[in-house]
Design a binder for this molecule. Structure first.
Ligand code: C5P
Ligand code: MG
Length: 161
């Protein structure tokens, strides 16, 4: 479940969440935590997640992580593992600029990418310690060939399939 994809769908369908989210996404900023949590609570209450799921791009803040813990508790779900992909910032900028050539994403431009990285450092990076303390964190090297990185992630996910 890619939170970014869910948000972009909300935007294309011009929902209330989509209208609110667009201004933040276009600037490379995070959509407010309460909006994200309402949206993910709705998503995780659908039938298709009953056999398990992988969350991509969520949570992005400590508040979201704590909110997610409450949502999961209510549902009787638990987190098996948290995967952190680590990469070199300049290499990541190049990848996103490349993706921007075809993605049509309003936020794959140099200024916005740098802002997203800054926000990652300030708001998302602290999550690594949050999940490390819960003994859930697995670090995966995000630099290298896509197939190798993919295999590494699939190996981890398969442990819980
Ligand atoms: O994950 P992705 O890069 O597709 O997310 C795109 C944008 O969606 C982020 O830059 C941010 O503006 C918004 N987002 C968010 N909170 C999340 C996931 C995505 O605000 N948990
Ligand atoms: Mg994404």
């Amino acid at each position: 479940l890619s939170t970014g994809d869910i948000l972009r769908l909300e935007i294309s369908e011009k929902t209330e969440i989509g209208k609110l989210a667009k201004s933040f996404i276009d600037k490379g900023e995070l959509v407010p935590d309460d909006t994200l949590l309402i949206m993910m609570n709705n998503r995780l209450n659908k039938d298709d997640v009953k056999t398990g799921y992988l969350l991509d791009g969520f949570p992005r803040t400590i508040t979201q992580a704590k909110g997610l813990d409450l949502i999961l508790k209510e549902l009787g779900h638990k987190i098996d593992s948290v995967i952190s992909l680590f990469g070199n910032e300049d290499e990541l900028v190049n990848r996103l600029l490349n993706r921007g050539l075809n993605s049509g994403r309003s936020d794959d431009s140099i200024k916005i990418i740098r802002n997203r990285q800054e926000i990652y450092r300030n708001q998302t990076f602290p999550l690594l310690n949050y999940y490390k303390d819960m003994n859930l964190l697995i670090n995966v090297n995000g630099v290298g060939a896509i197939t190798d990185i993919n295999n590494e992630i699939v190996k981890i996910v398969n442990k819980y399939a």
